[in-house]
Design a protein around this ligand. Structure first.
Ligand code: ZN
Length: 453
């Protein structure tokens, strides 16, 4: 069993930065020593004043394998994660084909990861109108949650659901104490007619805040009525903040996530004919986005997920520039940390506020808080070391995603990952992937559900 010391003067321990030495043995953090600790027989590496913190947990990623592996894949996505300091990611039930709405599809996805997991990975299951009978199987086999859409998902095999379907599965979700993740947009036809499909402002107007508000009303209603965990994925509408805060004051079973692109980009700066920025809900205006960012400070936002959802350039309509035909999804898995660091630094949000949203909070959401998300003795040695002050320009050659187009290209970002450890293995060091296949397939511990009867 390999063992070694790693040291930093800024280890993120119990919510603040302290000098410490971690003793890593096998796949665990065996001991944590205050200050600098050395032993002649044990290799010692100091990372100086670089930040040492738990590996990032990205609870919202689309990898699209099997079936749409041309869009992304486990090999490229988990390499990108390792380079980006992400040590655990949870993959969405779409856009693989088949979609993950049945146990055979769930198992098929697990098989597809073979030899391709460079970081830890688990899966959600999906709820569609015709699979209410499959949900318990998905949970028994370790799904981390059940995801549903309240509007068209973009994938025909993954139709939207309504309250009736959700109420059918609510007792099962409650029995297993597992969250229902909802894409919160509720379509109506009261939107302006589209004249120019290349206009970003017209795209923005086609998916108003009202859609999100109405869907969030329904999400809160379902949460309240069935007393289950409900998670609002990728919040973009600041108009919904007040009602979310109000319900969050009453229960801990409502959680909210936003994504780097919703706080980093602003609608005012998005050029026409550039569907590389297309996602749903859309990136809104600057004032709106600052309110989302403020939610990091106030506890409105529980965690940050990348919602990495790439597609090949033709599916993204990069040539035609048509926002309405393009696939909606931002490619950005690898860059969550520098993007959030850049933005939070600019808006004077402390790292002590940001880091838990990338580490411990998603761990708690996923039920992994007893082994991941914190630097603690006995925990899995999933660790990232990074320089929060170094600035780099995002060039294509740095990108590990299958497709290089991303709206972050050529941006100057602050924050460079120096080393990533996955299960006690140094997998990325000084710009190189140095070890592969160190990730584990994760399952939520759903086998012994809480007995509510
Ligand atoms: Zn998504």
């Amino acid at each position: 069993m390999s063992d070694f010391f790693i040291h930093s003067t800024r280890c993120f321990l119990n919510g603040s930065f302290k000098e410490a030495t971690l003793y890593i043995k096998g796949n665990r953090i065996e001991r944590i020593f205050e200050g600098e600790k050395r032993l002649d027989s044990v290799t010692f590496t100091s990372y100086g004043n670089k930040i040492m913190m738990p590996g990032i947990i990205d609870a919202h990623v689309h990898i699209n394998e099997p079936g749409r592996t041309l869009w992304e894949g486990f090999d490229s996505a988990t390499k990108a994660a390792a380079v980006g300091g992400i040590t655990t990611l949870i993959e969405m039930p779409l856009n693989a084909s088949p979609v993950t709405s049945t146990l055979p599809a769930f198992k098929q996805k697990k098989v597809a990861t073979k030899g391709k997991l460079h970081v830890n990975c688990g899966f959600y299951g999906g709820i569609v109108p015709h699979n209410t009978e499959d949900i318990e199987d998905l949970l028994r086999f370790g799904a981390f949650g059940i995801k549903g859409f309240l509007s068209h998902s973009g994938i025909d095999e993954f139709p939207k659901v309504d309250k009736k379907v959700l109420s059918t599965i609510a007792p099962i979700l409650k029995k297993y104490d597992v969250p229902l993740l909802l894409h919160c947009e509720l379509e109506d036809t009261d939107v302006p007619e589209v004249v120019d499909t290349k206009s970003y402002q017209e795209y923005l107007a086609s998916r108003p805040q009202r859609w999100e508000q109405n869907a969030i009303d329904l999400a809160i209603e379902v949460q309240k009525e069935f007393d289950i965990k409900v998670h609002v994925v990728h919040l973009s509408a600041s108009d919904a903040i007040d009602k979310l805060i109000q319900r969050k004051l009453e229960t801990r079973k409502l959680t909210v996530e936003t994504c780097p692109h919703y706080v980093y980009f602003n609608a005012e700066e998005i050029p026409d004919a550039s569907p590389i920025y297309k996602c749903a809900p859309p990136i809104r205006g600057k004032e709106n986005n600052l309110l989302l960012l403020k939610g990091i400070q106030t506890g409105l936002i529980d965690f940050i997920g990348s919602d990495h959802s790439p597609a090949p350039p033709d599916v993204k309509q990069l040539e035609s520039g048509d926002f309405f035909k393009a696939w909606g999804g931002i490619s950005g898995l690898q860059f969550s940390l520098p993007v959030m660091n850049t933005k939070c630094f600019k808006e004077a949000i402390a790292l002590e506020k940001l880091i838990p949203l990338l580490t411990e909070n998603p761990a708690k959401f996923l039920g992994l808080e007893n082994k991941k998300g914190f630097l603690k003795e006995g925990f899995d040695a999933d660790i990232v070391v990074w320089d929060d002050n170094e600035i780099f320009e995002l060039k294509e050659e740095l990108i590990q995603h299958r497709h290089k187009p991303t709206p972050y290209l050529n941006h100057k970002l602050k924050g460079v990952v120096k080393a990533t450890f996955v299960n006690g293995n140094l997998v990325f060091s000084e710009s190189e992937i140095i070890a592969t296949n160190k990730g584990e397939l994760l399952e939520r511990n759903n086998k012994k559900p809480y007995n509510h009867n």
